[in-house]
Design a protein around this ligand. Structure first.
Ligand SMILES: Cc1cc2nc3c(=O)[nH]c(=O)nc-3n(C[C@H](O)[C@H](O)[C@H](O)COP(=O)(O)O)c2cc1C
Length: 218
């Protein structure tokens, strides 16, 4: 696939079909993503791909927690500051919360998709050691982006979501992740359900006016 096409296709996919992703393909994607740059080649990331029965167990236990209104306890939230500066706060308010998506009862569509873990046939959980500098979070982001672009190039769709790591202990149990690692983020991977309303292009959010984020000095 042409790079531009791959990049354009990088959109949140909130409902996948039931089609499975082959283990061989998942492995190949992560292996290729290993070429990502990192500070001093520290490669702080680890990737845990989960499918089948283990994923079903994670989905079941997450659902129980959501139904019982158990507060999310994300590892990054306890590790990093949750204070947002005005600029991203405004972006979230204007570009996120005020979209048609989140209004007119659409919030249910969004919440259900998250609670069902997007019907994902495979999830790649991404970790860094609990003892990490901010650089490692940056490196993990690059690694995640590589995984997503490579997956799309292989005909898959992706869904990066922090809701997938709301209950890290459940993920730890079924993915075999040690206590020393922060379950930072997760990327759901599969084949896009083109008939699902939640995936409709009308819900693709706008971006901040370019001049607000770019300045060229010479
Ligand atoms: C770190 C991160 C966490 C995210 N968490 C969620 C999430 O929990 N639930 C969700 O529905 N979308 C989540 N998203 C998707 C964003 O809402 C989405 O990327 C953004 O609104 C832009 O939309 P687009 O990717 O379709 O262009 C997350 C994206 C990132 C990068």
């Amino acid at each position: 696939m042409e790079f531009e096409e791959v990049y354009k296709k990088e959109r949140a996919t909130r409902k996948f079909t039931n089609r499975k992703v082959m283990e061989r393909l998942l492995t190949k994607i992560v292996k290729e993503a290993q070429q990502s740059p990192s500070l001093l080649n520290s490669q702080p990331w680890r990737a845990y791909a989960v499918t089948g029965e283990s994923l079903e167990n994670i989905k079941k236990e997450f659902k129980e927690n959501i139904d019982n209104k158990v507060d999310p306890k994300e590892d990054f939230a306890s590790m990093l500051s949750l204070d947002w500066d005005t600029f991203p706060s405004q972006n979230m308010a204007v570009m996120g919360a005020s979209q048609t998506y989140f209004f007119s009862n659409r919030i249910n569509l969004f919440a259900e998709a998250n609670a069902e873990m997007f019907n994902a046939p495979a999830i790649i959980y991404l970790t860094i050691p609990k003892k990490s500098p901010a650089w490692s979070v940056f490196d993990l982001g690059i690694f995640a982006q590589s995984i997503m672009l490579i997956a799309i190039n292989n005909g898959l769709s992706v869904m990066p979501a922090h809701s997938l790591v709301s209950y890290p202990d459940i993920v730890r149990k079924y993915a075999g992740i040690s206590e020393n690692e922060s379950v930072g983020m997760a990327i759901a991977i599969g084949y896009k359900d083109n008939n699902a309303e939640v995936n409709d292009d009308k819900f693709i959010p706008d971006r901040v006016p370019f001049e607000k984020i770019f300045k060229l000095s010479k």
